[in-house]
Ligand binder design. Structure first.
Ligand SMILES: [Fe+2]
Ligand SMILES: [Fe+2]
Length: 140
């Protein structure tokens, strides 16, 4: 999946893995990502944007940890690569949040934020869906 509109994706029922916790986190992720993007695009006050970022980052960490626990419970074969991808995405998110913290002009952060959101949405719609395929294939 690619294209400029990727970051505009919202939750779709087909993204559900069948795990209530992880699914609710994915659903919230799309809302939080949209909230952060529109706050940035509307050039809301910086302290508000920074607060969005803090919540977004904290929820992303919790989600990745919970999803990794789910993969471990499932004996998901690609857990190692998936964990590495989570670490890479967290590092990128840290960088973008640091840029936002340091910015004097928030519009300069839009491009980096959009690129990050695209990478995160692509992760959900590609890598996370491989977990779903595994679950479906291994259903009794
Ligand atoms: Fe996920
Ligand atoms: Fe993931």
């Amino acid at each position: 999946m690619s294209g400029n509109a990727l970051w505009q994706y919202g939750w779709r029922d087909e993204f559900a893995l069948g795990d209530a916790l992880v699914d609710s986190q994915h659903r919230a992720f799309f809302d939080e990502a949209a909230g952060l993007r529109s706050a940035l695009a509307a050039l809301e006050p910086k302290d508000q944007i920074v607060a969005y970022c803090a919540t977004f980052m904290a929820n992303l960490r919790v989600h990745f940890a919970d999803e990794e626990k789910l993969m471990a419970r499932l004996d998901y074969p690609d857990i190692r690569a998936h964990r590495l991808e989570h670490s890479r995405l967290l590092a990128r998110t840290d960088e973008v949040v640091a840029e936002i913290h340091a910015a004097t002009c928030l519009i300069d952060c839009l491009l980096g934020t959009h690129a990050l959101m695209e990478a995160l949405v692509e992760h959900v719609t590609d890598q996370d869906m491989r977990i779903k395929t595994f679950i479906v294939d291994h259903a009794a």
